[in-house]
Design a binder for this molecule. Structure first.
Ligand code: G4P
Length: 342
């Protein structure tokens, strides 16, 4: 069978697994028909809350506003709760949070734990705990694990709670919820806010946009004051955000995404590929050839007998997102970390 040799648009240093600190800023993959289009210039002009890759580094004004809002709101809360996508616990974080919330007790919630590898969830929980944060894994769709939130935040703030008690202070915990778009902040708040009603308050110094929710046990949650963007320093992070739906597909090359995903699956979950696509061992080491193999197995042909890699890419991404490939975590722990179970 003839093989279409057109390779996806990999740039040097941007191939799967080649993430490095000096990686170039991400640019949208060029397509023949959009080369003449002007790039988006102002973040405010974007529709919805999805960033376009390639414009992220032009967000200083926007980031500065969010940073200011978060820092103002920090004065009103006892802890910061960061929600991340359990499938990409690092790629779905904004690294500025460490600096922005310096000194505040922190909790990380691995949301969408139902879609992530259970062993990886345990290792990531251990990783965040080792950094002095509280960490829980939840599934906001079913509500699984959400009951861990109250005890975990009480344990995190046990010193403060003791102090309040010794002073006879009648206070309740206040925590700010932060996270990049699509990690499940609204789902978490809706799940916890059992009454279903947002409690909007006009406290002195609190802007009207600040939304407070009271959850069972009395803790008050402050919805994110502003939108946090993820870290877009290299193509790998951008790709992973796109795999999970945090970035729109249109800004990335679908075949390139499929090859990046195949690279991870081949290394970390080869059995999934072998079984799902009925491939034979050894798996092709070239991701693009592997995509061909999958397209061939699924009978995705174009005229002339070539493999329709575009269709195969869309099918692969759909199957991954639809959970048909099973529970898969794409981010690996930093290699220097000891990866003991929690
Ligand atoms: P955000 O506020 O941080 O932007 O995220 P949001 O709650 O809107 O959730 C984004 C998507 O992720 C939603 O899917 C939501 O249902 C889904 N989601 C949130 N938490 C979980 C979880 O723990 N497990 C799973 N499997 N999915 C979760 P959507 O397709 O945008 O909408 P819909 O499926 O609710 O219609």
């Amino acid at each position: 069978m003839a093989v279409n040799r057109r390779k996806p648009n990999h740039k040097p240093g941007s191939r799967p697994g080649n993430s490095h600190p000096g990686a170039k800023p991400v640019k949208p993959a060029k397509r023949r028909d959009d080369r003449r289009k002007k790039p988006v210039e102002k973040p405010e002009e974007q529709k919805g809350d999805q960033p376009a890759i390639g414009t992220i580094q032009w967000f200083p004004g926007h980031m500065a506003r969010t940073r200011r809002k978060i820092q103002e709101s920090l004065k009103m809360v006892d802890a910061v709760v960061e929600i991340v996508d359990a499938r990409i616990p690092l790629s779905s974080r904004n690294p500025e949070m460490d600096y922005l919330t310096d000194g505040k007790p922190r909790m990380v919630i691995l949301n969408k734990a139902d879609l992530a590898d259970e062993n990886a969830n345990r290792r990531w929980l251990a990783y965040f705990k080792k950094q002095g944060m509280a960490a829980i894994a939840v599934d906001c769709k079913s509500g699984r694990g959400c009951n861990q939130f109250d005890p975990a935040i009480r344990e995190l703030l046990s010193d403060l709670l003791e102090k309040w008690e010794s002073k006879g202070a009648n206070r309740t915990i206040r925590a700010m919820i932060v996270g990049i778009p699509n990690v499940g902040k609204s789902s978490f708040i809706n799940r916890m806010n059992k009454g279903g009603k947002a409690k909007v308050e006009d406290r002195p110094g609190v802007t009207r946009q600040n939304q407070w929710f009271v959850i069972e046990g009395g803790t008050q949650l402050l919805d994110t004051p502003g939108v946090l963007w993820p870290k877009f320093e290299d193509q790998t992070v951008a790709m992973r955000l796109a795999f999970t739906g945090a970035i729109k597909d249109q800004v990335l090359d679908m075949e390139e995404m499929a090859c990046e995903l195949l690279g991870i699956l081949r290394r970390e979950y080869p059995q999934v590929l072998l079984e799902r696509y009925k491939l034979e061992e050894p798996l092709n080491e070239d991701n693009y050839e592997l995509l061909h193999d999958i397209g061939r197995k699924r009978g995705m042909l174009v005229s002339g007998g070539q493999i329709d890699t575009g269709r195969a890419s869309i099918m692969l991404m759909d199957e991954y997102r639809g959970g048909k490939l099973g529970r898969i975590t794409l981010d690996s722990l930093p290699s220097r970390e000891v990866t003991g179970d929690a």
